[in-house]
Design a binder for this molecule. Sequence first.
Ligand SMILES: NC(=O)c1ccc[n+]([C@@H]2O[C@H](COP(=O)([O-])OP(=O)(O)OC[C@H]3O[C@@H](n4cnc5c(N)ncnc54)[C@H](OP(=O)(O)O)[C@@H]3O)[C@@H](O)[C@H]2O)c1
Length: 239
Amino acid sequence: MKTAIVTGASSGLGREFVRQLRTYFPEVERCWLIARRAERLEELAAGSEGMEVQCLPLDLCDPMSFVAYQEKLTAERPEVVLLVNNAGCGYLGRVGETETALQTRMVDLNVRALTAITHMTVPFVAVGGRILNVSSIASFCPNPRMTVYSSTKAYVSSFTVGLAEELKERGITATAVCPGPMATEFLEVGGITGRSRTFETLPYCDQVQVAGGALRAARAGRTIYTPTLFTSFTGCWPS
Ligand SMILES: NC(=O)c1ccc[n+]([C@@H]2O[C@H](COP(=O)([O-])OP(=O)(O)OC[C@H]3O[C@@H](n4cnc5c(N)ncnc54)[C@H](OP(=O)(O)O)[C@@H]3O)[C@@H](O)[C@H]2O)c1
């Protein structure tokens, strides 16, 4: 069954990816939604038409979630046409001054889980399949008080460029989308609201447009996609 998999589907950009999925990938017959909040996923599933939706309430910071995900893949052997690695978090705070658990959670979710999910899914990605990784403009410019976050997103962009090369011969593409700030739960969760001049100064991206643009870029097989507002940040990265 032609399957799309979206992590971090319970809010913000992830929810938009699910809502717009079939506009750009009409061949998708089934979607797996991953996040911790099961009730949010069920709500989204109930409003999704034209495809079967399965909710996988997993905490991707818990390594046991990788075991559960691998078991699901092995049992169902999906034909993956699209994997969206969107789950992510960013906590404001200086290295050495904030809780260790917050600093390492960014690495666990943005780097370790994204790597594990990709690694486990790649054998099931069909010829012509697409992998879409959510990075950030922070990946181009390390940001004080978001040092760990920026570094995790530099990993996501770099990982995507390498992955795109590795998968080329299988006809699979990998795309990193690099949005600027978006008004999502990310800002509250990360303790950013009202505490960051950078976030107050930069123009905001609309997550509805970012999701549509990113799905279009993935379909087109672009390697790095940056919403127009921020193209000047991209420097020497490939497009
Ligand atoms: N908002 C911005 O300013 C901005 C800018 C550039 C890039 N981004 C990136 O965009 C992506 C989406 O973020 P967003 O802005 O849409 O924020 P969001 O609304 O907070 O969404 C984050 C998603 O990740 C999921 N998630 C968090 N921890 C998780 C865990 N341990 N296990 C599984 N899922 C988890 C959340 O679901 P649960 O809480 O239900 O688990 C939620 O669905 C992230 O990768 C973020 O880094 C955001």
